[in-house]
Design a protein around this ligand. Structure first.
Ligand code: URA
Length: 239
């Protein structure tokens, strides 16, 4: 059971205040009968809720794919700089979304915003070894020895990094795939082999690839298929 106004605001359609007004005007129905009060309890998934005759399907959680631009902080609130939440439509930003993991302020690319805490927790847990791929533009050409070192592991903060995969894209451009998300990990790994990351863009997160139609700063809801792919959590590993 949940409050009617929570159901409607959770669907991103109206704020709770707007919902109260809509109830007064008889615009909201529960199983075809105009709702009496915004705080009335409904059975989500069972009761049929409609606004102006349009059925509002029950969505427990929201999932957004964002192509993050430079200059935005991966957090929900920061007094000193715009956050990634500032980029999405207000009706979504008030749903309690948060970024699933962090990208540095100057990193661009694929970021998932959701309010599905349990899924985010699972995807970010080191136990699940969720793969992330980054396109890194480097200051110098990467030699075979450096590739080998990066792939087999580097000591960062006294702990060896998990195996990584490097794919050469151009003379100073590589894809690097990691299964961890340590602080500034990609930048620090390249620094450890005497290189420097000039630009960093995340192109893949778990089973999702950045939609090439999303311009920098653009976002869209995940399709049902993409949501299912994300929920098919990567296998839990033993070590
Ligand atoms: N590694 C980094 O160094 N920065 C990011 O934003 C993500 C991974």
């Amino acid at each position: 059971m949940m409050r009617l106004d929570k159901y409607i605001s959770g669907a991103g359609l109206l704020s709770r205040k707007e919902c109260a007004k809509a109830v007064k005007k008889g615009r909201i129905t529960i199983n075809g009968i105009p709702a009496a009060r915004p705080e009335i309890k409904i059975q989500e998934g069972l009761d049929e809720i409609a606004l102006d005759g349009q059925i509002i399907p029950y969505m427990e959680y929201t999932y957004i794919m964002l192509n993050k631009p430079e200059g935005y902080i991966s957090s929900t609130d920061d007094p000193s700089a715009p956050t990634v939440l500032d980029l999405v439509d207000e009706r979504y930003s008030r749903m309690g979304l948060f970024p699933c993991g962090r990208l540095d302020r100057d990193t661009t690319g694929l970021l998932i915003l959701t309010n599905d805490g349990p899924l985010a927790h699972r995807l970010l847990s080191p136990k699940y070894r969720c793969e992330k791929t980054y396109l890194a533009s480097l200051a110098f050409v990467l030699d075979d020895e450096a590739i080998n070192t990066l792939e087999s592991g580097i000591i960062l903060d006294g702990k060896i990094t998990k195996p990584a995969r490097i794919e050469i894209i151009g003379s100073t451009q590589v894809n690097i795939t990691l299964t961890e998300g340590r602080y500034h990990q990609v930048k620090r790994m390249f620094e450890a082999v005497g290189n420097r990351v000039l630009k960093l863009k995340r192109t893949r997160f778990a089973s999702l690839t950045l939609d090439p139609d999303l311009e920098i700063g653009e976002w869209r809801l995940l399709t049902d298929n993409e949501t299912d792919l994300l929920k098919a959590a990567p296998e839990k590993t033993k070590n």
